[in-house]
Design a binder for this molecule. Structure first.
Ligand SMILES: Nc1ncnc2c1ncn2[C@@H]1O[C@H](COP(=O)(O)OP(=O)(O)OP(=O)(O)O)[C@@H](O)[C@H]1O
Ligand SMILES: [Mg+2]
Length: 226
């Protein structure tokens, strides 16, 4: 299954784990000898501002572009030489995220185990469904998956949310981005688990997420109404 070319992390809920997931997937694809790049499309520039060009993730190009008018061109610049191009977006609904999603092969929607996160994740899923109706995407639908973040595995709340989302037919990944202190610790240095300790539990979580993304993001899973 081919690696999706453009992967956009998106949800209108702030703090759901978009930036941590973007950085972690970039680290994973670098560590596994792919050639990733990042577009930081969040006006807060949380990835671009902490990126260390001399550090272990320095080889990954990062373009900061929060503008709806130019974000697709920024993605295009990187697509010429990089795969995957990972796009981090703002923690609120905006036009830049929509433009990035229109250019995506795959939209990844992260959600914490909370009611607000679920609501915004469903809204983003439905938005992708609408975008798939525009002429540009007819016959070439944007794929979409949801992934649970900051979970404590085996807890009742996580099980309940998983059951609910799966029963409603949402494409929820099996793998979860478990709650681990290593993410905020490493993010302060602009880093992520796979380049620091590829054998760590966090790096293994991310590897599982990446594997499922490749598997499901390559398949033509149709977005349907909830
Ligand atoms: N799996 C995790 N375990 C523990 N902490 C995490 C995890 N994922 C993210 N975090 C931390 O939670 C906070 C929010 O995550 P992050 O910044 O990635 O969310 P975001 O969706 O990008 O937020 P925003 O909408 O503000 O851009 C950060 O401090 C981050 O380091
Ligand atoms: Mg962010």
């Amino acid at each position: 299954m081919p690696l999706p070319q453009v992967i956009v992390m998106a949800t209108g809920k702030g703090g759901a784990g978009k930036s941590a997931l973007t950085r972690s997937l970039a680290a994973h694809f670098l560590a596994t000898k792919q050639n990733p790049a990042i577009v930081d499309a969040d006006p807060q520039a949380s990835i671009a501002s902490l990126h260390d060009a001399d550090g272990p993730m320095g080889k990954i190009p990062v373009i900061a572009d929060p503008e709806a008018e130019t974000v697709q061109a920024s993605i295009e610049d990187l697509v010429a030489k990089h795969r995957p191009v990972l796009v981090d977006t703002a923690g609120f609904r905006n036009q830049t995220t929509i433009m990035a999603a229109i250019r995506a092969d795959l939209v990844v929607i992260p959600l914490k185990p909370s009611a607000e996160d679920i609501r915004e994740a469903v809204a983003m899923y439905e938005l992708v469904g609408e975008l798939n109706q525009i002429p540009e995407r007819k016959g070439n639908p944007i794929q979409v998956v949801m992934v649970m973040t900051m979970t404590t595995p085996g807890t009742v709340i996580v099980r309940q949310i998983r059951k609910e989302l799966e029963e409603k037919g949402f494409p929820l990944l099996e793998a979860e981005m478990t709650q681990r202190v290593v993410y905020p610790e490493l993010s302060m240095r602009g880093l992520a688990p796979s380049v620091v300790d590829p054998e760590s539990a966090a790096a293994r979580d991310i590897a599982k997420i990446a594997m499922e993304i490749v598997k499901r993001g390559g398949a033509h899973e149709q977005v349907h109404a909830a």
